[in-house]
Design a protein around this ligand. Structure first.
Ligand code: ADP
Ligand code: ZN
Ligand code: ZN
Length: 713
């Protein structure tokens, strides 16, 4: 006998959905329902993703309980289903993608009431002159919504806040209605054209690549587009690579749009995430700013998606469902029939290729906004330099500081020195579990592996020959900071990296201080290069690019170009002219020459030509089957067996070859390259092939996964 079943995505790492019988009441829950199901000996929270039929068998079990009927809407299920198929991961991942953590557990969860307050339109018009304590609160809120706690700290009493809420002058943020507060600048011609293009697409789907040089006013374009859509009652979802930038951005959005902007990212508490999820689903949240996982937030009235810094690699998830937030966002906008704006000063080659083949439309902003001009570039030859800092650079820095400017130095290496060596016998401090050196962290007197996290105390002498004086080679940000402090004793030196800025608000506070404009020196990693608007910086320098010039990773030149242009883009964003210096021991290298000669877009177009000529992504579609094991043979044999099972003429198979970092955390890492000129072909053959791999003899001895559109090789 054939009976009706619910197809359920159960959060287990198996490549299938599971059939369940209706719950005790005999009704099949509707698609998108959250259910509790028995699975082996466990009971798991799962999602109904389809209805089906199955032959009656004693193995079929009923759903234990329906927790929420139709919790997830069909288009969102479709998006998650596309994601698990495209990225070749287990359908059970849909549960993790679609539900906030609080809803993945059986225990009911009660979130705290919203703590943010905002001024309402009535509050704006209100005359509180005779109640100075109320007037003070209104005045604070005129600059944008604030935390209740913050208002209390500023001196507001709970009673005053209650009175204001009762009068309707203040409301929980998100419920106060649209009140445009700050007018914002008048857009220039290119910004206006871009805005018009976004608004023209508001009734249909279009992907717009907003390629605007650093400081060209891309955010202004997003804000004005958002404002137009908010007025029509729609919601706006903005994806950003990392949370470091959010406080500043949230303030700007709220001050300009007059609505609360909600944030969504994984370092929020479960309660905060659930509150945001619910508020987005109900339509109360008008603007939501989040990292990649926010792409799956339910939206009652979606109008626009923005992906800022779309080139940033942090949009790609590196475990579980290895999806790319930008690409899923494009698919989501497509399913919703709404426009999506991908913004960057340094677009990814993937996006530029999609412009070439007509899938995306490019909108350019070629000049900086307002009075700011592009910085003047030069390449400094590092050959013959001794010490961590080049003397010519020090002279230039002094000049900029004397003129009241700020200096920003970029070095993508944290710690004191990337290598610790014995000058007597040549011993080097290496990680026992990785194919990598240990980094010296002088302040905490430890050696750390930046790949597996292993750490040990600094040895008092060479473990090989007993030599007492060990030699740190090269300079990370910690060493640069120390040297800068001794060279510029009267100038504040701020280090920006994960070690020095471990607390979430620390970095925001530092940026605030730097924006006051006092001359200072900033030295830091990638964190410093991203999207910050620091109008006082007149000199920016990249201290060493040479490692990237000779990397085995085919994406290295693209990343180098992006980092260099982003750092250069920090200089001269205010009214004073900027200067940019690129240091290298290979100043004649063609990549550097080309970066300096041309703008990023022409540089990137040439890289794209080279990728296409070499048959590499984005011209071909690439998936990596990655495997790691304690014994290198296990990983290699598994991949070789997998390769032998791929019998598809259109899919080119290469490998097994070692990963760029061939050993990490004690595991030997290998990969199989699967490439096809047409993505559709790859997607057709991968699911069956992957399912078959589970049957291979080594499949359980080896840790393996598929990485579709990989960013790390
Ligand atoms: P991006 O997002 O491209 O880095 P922003 O939108 O942050 O650029 O703009 C950089 C600075 O220029 C901001 O201080 C912004 O207020 C200002 N700005 C943007 N557009 C204009 C404009 N049309 N006229 C004057 N100033 C502008
Ligand atoms: Zn030694
Ligand atoms: Zn290690």
């Amino acid at each position: 006998m054939v009976i009706a079943t619910a197809q359920v995505a159960v959060p287990v790492p198996l490549l299938q959905r599971f059939d369940y019988l209706p719950a005790a009441d005999g009704q099949l829950p509707s698609i998108g329902s959250r259910v509790l199901v028995p699975f082996g000996r466990r009971r798991l929270v799962a999602l109904v993703v389809g209805h089906g039929q199955a032959a009656d068998s004693p193995q079929l079990k009923p759903i234990e309980r329906v927790l929420d009927q139709a919790l997830v809407e069909p288009r969102l299920l479709e998006l998650a289903d596309w994601t698990v198929r495209y990225y070749g991961c287990a359908p059970g991942e849909m549960v993790n993608l679609l539900l906030p953590p609080a809803l993945r557990r059986l225990k009911p969860f009660r979130p705290a009431p919203p703590g943010r307050l905002a001024i309402t339109a009535a509050g704006q018009r209100a005359d509180a002159a005779r109640a100075p304590r109320q007037a003070a609160v209104l005045k604070w809120l005129e600059q944008g919504p604030r935390e209740r706690q913050e208002l209390l700290k500023l001196g507001a009493s709970a009673a005053v806040l209650k009175t204001l809420v009762d009068k309707g002058w203040v409301a929980p943020a998100g419920a106060e209605g649209v009140v445009a507060l700050e007018p914002g600048p008048v857009l220039n011609t290119e910004q206006r054209l871009a805005l018009a293009a976004v608004l023209r697409a508001r009734h249909r789907h279009e992907t717009l690549l907003l390629a605007g040089v650093t400081g060209s006013g891309k955010t202004e374009v997003y804000l004005q587009a958002a404002r137009a859509l908010l007025r029509r009652g729609r919601q706006v979802l903005m994806l950003i690579p990392e949370i470091g930038l959010t406080p500043q951005l949230i303030r700007r959005i709220e001050a300009r749009l007059g609505v609360a902007a909600l944030v969504y990212h994984s370092s929020l508490s479960e309660g905060e995430r659930l509150a945001c999820w619910r508020s987005a689903a109900s339509g109360q949240a008008r603007v939501i700013v989040g990292t990649r996982s926010a792409v799956f937030l339910p939206l009652a009235r979606p109008g626009l998606i923005v992906v800022d810094e779309e080139h940033d690699a942090s949009f790609k998830q590196q475990d579980g469902a290895r999806y790319h937030g930008r690409d899923v966002a494009v698919m989501r906008a497509h399913l919703l029939g709404i426009p999506i704006v991908l913004g960057s000063a340094t677009p990814a080659l993937e996006s530029l290729n999609n412009v070439r083949n007509g899938r995306y439309r490019m909108l350019k902003i070629s000049r900086r906004a307002g009075a700011a001009r592009p910085p003047r570039w030069s390449v400094a030859d590092l050959r013959g330099q001794r010490g961590a800092l080049d003397s010519a650079l020090l002279v230039t820095m002094q000049r900029h500081l004397d003129d009241g400017g700020q200096v920003l130095l970029y070095r993508n290496r944290r710690g004191y020195a990337p290598v610790l060596m014995c000058p007597a016998c040549g011993w080097q401090a290496d990680c026992q579990r990785c194919d990598a050196h240990l980094t010296l962290h002088q302040g905490i007197r430890r050696l750390q592996c930046h790949h597996c996290g292993a750490a040990q105390r600094l040895p008092p002498r060479c473990p090989a020959c007993g030599e007492p004086e060990l030699l740190p080679l090269g300079a990370g940000t910690e060493r640069l900071e120390a040297e800068l402090r001794s060279r510029f004793p009267t100038t504040p030196v701020y280090r920006v990296d994960r070690d020095s800025m471990s607390r979430r608000d620390e970095f925001a506070r530092l940026l605030e201080r730097v924006r006051q404009g006092e001359p200072c020196i900033l030295v830091g990693t990638q964190m410093l290069a991203k999207g910050h608007h620091l109008p006082g910086v007149t000199l920016a320098a990249v201290l060493d690019v040479d490692q990237a010039l000779f990397s085995a990773d085919f994406r290295a030149p693209e990343r180098l170009g992006q980092a260099v242009c982003q750092v250069a883009g920090r200089a001269g964003r205010g009214d004073r002219a900027g200067r940019f210096i690129l240091q290298s021991r290979h100043p004649e290298h063609p990549l550097l020459a080309q970066l300096c000669r041309a703008d990023y877009l022409s540089f990137a177009e040439q890289l794209l030509d080279e990728r296409i000529a070499a048959g590499l992504p984005p011209s071909a579609s690439l998936a990596l089957l990655k495997a790691e094991a304690h014994r290198p043979e296990s990983a290699r044999d598994f991949l070789a067996a997998a390769a032998a099972r791929m019998n598809e003429a259109e899919v080119e198979v290469n490998g097994p070859i070692p990963a760029v970092l061939s050993r990490r955390g004690g595991y030997w890492r290998f990969q199989l390259w699967l490439q096809a000129p047409r993505r559709a072909r790859l997607l057709q053959v991968l699911p069956d092939w992957l399912a078959g791999l589970h049957a291979l003899p080594d499949a359980r001895r080896v840790r393996w996964h598929l990485d579709m559109d990989p960013l790390e090789i």
